[in-house]
Design a protein around this ligand. Sequence first.
Ligand code: AMP
Length: 190
Amino acid sequence: MKNIVLFGPPGAGKGTQADVLKTKYNLVHISTGDVFRFNIKNKTDLGMLAKSYMDQGDLVPDQVTIDMLKAEVNNNPDARGFIFDGFPRTESQAASLDEFLKEKNTDIKGMVALEVPENLLVERLLNRGKTSGRADDQDESKIRNRFNEYMTKTAILKDYYQKQGKYYGVDGVGSIGDITSKLEEVIDNL
Ligand code: AMP
């Protein structure tokens, strides 16, 4: 199975690239942010819980997120592999994912990270907020808090995967097509 973690700070372009890559490699795309937003829209208990964190730009608690992710994977028993987008975001999530995939006799082939400077990210997110309807994209203080969560809890995952020899950084500045090509060069060899 080709399981990939598509990594990068908020606004790096993970969702956009995952949409292209899932078709090219025939993988199931799981975006934990999208699953939470779907639950919020449908007013489920999970959605209500997640909303209180997401509205502030805080991370949703690990156990809630991990249980949800496992359910999404288990709902796709015929998948040839997964693109994990927005997950893992903490070391505990990464360790749970490794353990869970091991039980299924598979693993993460690589973490492919989109590297984009922060000033460009804020600009991209504020622009996205004009059309996405996402409350967490419309307020600069919430965006800053999401970066803070990223820097304090998520960025360390680079080390986590680097130690396993699985980290691949890709320059995330440029046209969508050029960035896709660079990602494909990495993913083709995983
Ligand atoms: P995203 O769509 O990936 O930008 O995620 C939007 C929001 O959903 C984040 O700011 C978090 O509040 C929540 N979220 C998404 N994925 C996770 C995760 N793996 N762990 C905790 N919270 C998450």
